[in-house]
Design a protein around this ligand. Sequence first.
Ligand code: PLP
Length: 406
Amino acid sequence: MNSRRSFLSFAAALPAFAKPAAKSGPIINDLEAKLARKDFRNISLDDLPTPAMVLDLDAFDYNLKKMADHCKRTGIDLRGHVKIHKSPEVSKRQVALGAIGVCCATIAECELMVNHGIKGVLFTCQPTGMNKIKRVAALSKHEPTFMTAVDDPIIARQLQEAAAAAGTRVNVVVDVYAGLVRQGCPPGNFALKLAQQVDSSKNLKLMGLMAYSGMASHTKTFEKRKQRSQEDLAGMLETHEMCKKSGLPVAIKTGGSTGTYNIDVGSLTELQAGSYIFMDTLYIHVGGQGDDAVYHDFKPALTVLSTVVSKQRDGLASIDAGNKAMLKPTDAVKGRPDVTIDNQGAEYGLLKWKDGDRDYKVGDKVEIYPSNLDTSTNVYDRYYVAKNDQIVDVWPIMDRAGAPQR
Ligand SMILES: Cc1ncc(COP(=O)(O)O)c(C=O)c1O
């Protein structure tokens, strides 16, 4: 059946009140029409379809500025990680405050950022398979500041061949193991040899070393985190000395995270921290300097807005954020630390509480701090940017914000 005919038969089955007017095309609700015109007047949290991602602009701006000030003060560069937010709007704001570029975890994120004019994009997962390798060569040709990580001599050779075929040069950082078994070549002689291979490849340019100490980032308490990060970066630092002695150009030492941003200053030339812009509940509990329980350095700025859809029992309410909204028992309700969260299926979550004086009622809005930013933001199309409870902008995620999500 062709799509026009299948739409018409679908429309014929609708009740009269929902039928689109003869020539009007698909139904666009009033809110979407206003958002499409960038007319944000009189749109509040209450008007949004739920579940929806809401960005608290004041808290977000605070986090951006705090990290930018830290980098200026200490002399470390910022190349913040995009995997957390997937939004060019966020990256542009980081760059405006002094960031030298961004890091990306997927080739599609790299292309998104380059297409939005972001310079200094670093692909932190080495490209594997001809699809990604050719796209890395194409990106390098299009944007000479683009860089990729590599931890394997096979990939370095394939990249050299693809870059030569494309008539371009690919900037490379050698990814050295830093405590996270998923990535990074052995430090010392292996990494040195790989750096030499890259340096002597005609169509590759050695830029430095990468070492992502991902086990340190969420280590609880500041002192233990510091110790872990120092241990995990030692191999890269030793390799860096070896490379310098061999006369290799290794100006860049890139790595680090939100958890170690103020720990890695002497060891790295640049920080890949990402989560600091929004924060999530897993990070909030890693503890900071002067408080082993709570990490206060950055403010929680992102919530999933949901609605109470059923309230039939004491101390229990169902909300419309469930598995599809990436709801987790480790999430937290904004303003209600006494409330616990449970999953109830694809479209349902459950709130539980004991304080009978603070009951929820059906239709109430509930804001939830996610546990892990990467997996939550990945399933949404847009950020509703809010000042207090007024919407002031909408930012697409991965350029997907064309249609309303709910
Ligand atoms: C390679 C790499 N660098 C940096 C980061 C940023 O870490 P965070 O979000 O903890 O600041 C990540 C996050 O997982 C990562 O995978």
